[in-house]
Design a protein around this ligand. Structure first.
Ligand code: 1GP
Length: 270
């Protein structure tokens, strides 16, 4: 089935009410895929890891492999000109949504379609819980990019983002702690929950933790990322309750992005 998705801003420029009716906002687009296809696949591209042109080639191959949207962000060096140029080049090559996954307020760019507007709930540092959000919110407001509210929770091993975000890492064998944080995020009105093991983690979030979190979230969507490198692992996470799977490191490591993404996507879709 063709994915009907068109930017609201594009529609407004066209001034067409009819097109507006056909428009899906990014959150609705993701939720729709989760319902129809079982699981969403998101490809994470860090603007600090390659040139904007190389990032655009990765995005194009990932979309050819079946990814549903491109996440753009990173913990260090992922803002400014590199971020803007990466988004511009990616948008020249693909028509799936581009979603910011910011490490701080510097990770906001007006060139994206949406932003995971997230709070790192298990940080010890107020900067990652509310202060960066306060700094970034006016930019999001003025740009018109779509904010998608999200609870961000980092589990062991946590990687760079765990260190940068000063996270009180959820122990791998304590699913009830991850569930309690997720429930708190849901009760505070966050639509999405992202369980993060850290980019390049040697192991992903456990199925027990994913299952415990999804159990309390109910219809709220659960994103799982960090350390997912093959279709089999992605399927274990999806079967445990993940509505969306994020992979990033594999597109930096593989020689054949399209084939690798196809492997993951075919394992997690109905
Ligand atoms: C990192 O969860 C994402 O924020 C992706 O992790 O790079 O290990 O795929 P990987």
């Amino acid at each position: 089935m063709q994915k009907v998705w068109l930017l609201k801003s594009t529609c407004e420029k066209q001034g067409s009410q009819k097109r507006l009716i056909l428009t899906m906002q990014v959150e609705e687009y993701l939720n729709d895929i989760a319902e129809r296809e079982g699981t969403v696949h998101l490809t994470l591209i860090d603007p600090a890891s390659q040139s904007p042109e190389a990032a655009a080639e990765i995005a194009k191959a990932a979309v050819a492999g079946g990814t549903d949207a491109i996440l753009i962000g990173g913990s260090t060096g992922a803002g400014g000109v590199a971020l803007d140029q990466t988004l511009i080049k990616i948008k020249e090559q693909v028509d799936v949504p581009t979603i910011l996954f910011p490490g701080n307020a510097g990770g906001v760019s007006t060139h994206a379609d949406a932003i995971f507007f997230m709070s790192l709930l298990n940080s010890r540092d107020i900067n990652y819980i509310t202060t960066n959000q306060v700094m970034g919110a006016p930019i999001v407001y003025k740009s018109g990019i779509e904010p998608i509210s999200m609870a961000y929770i980092i589990s062991e091993p946590g990687g760079t983002v765990g260190w940068v975000g000063d996270a009180k890492l959820i122990p791998r064998n304590k699913p009830e702690l991850a569930a309690a944080y997720s429930l708190a995020g849901k009760y505070m009105g966050m639509h999405y929950t992202y369980l993060e093991a850290g980019s390049g983690a040697d192991r992903p979030i456990t199925p027990e933790t994913i299952g415990a979190v999804k159990h309390v979230l109910g219809d709220n969507k659960l994103i799982v990322g960090g350390g997912i490198r093959d279709g089999k692992t992605a399927k274990i996470c999806a079967d445990a309750g993940a509505d969306m799977i994020v992979t990033g490191t594999i597109v930096e490591e593989t020689d054949d992005v399209k084939k690798k993404i196809e492997e993951i996507v075919s394992a997690i879709k109905k």
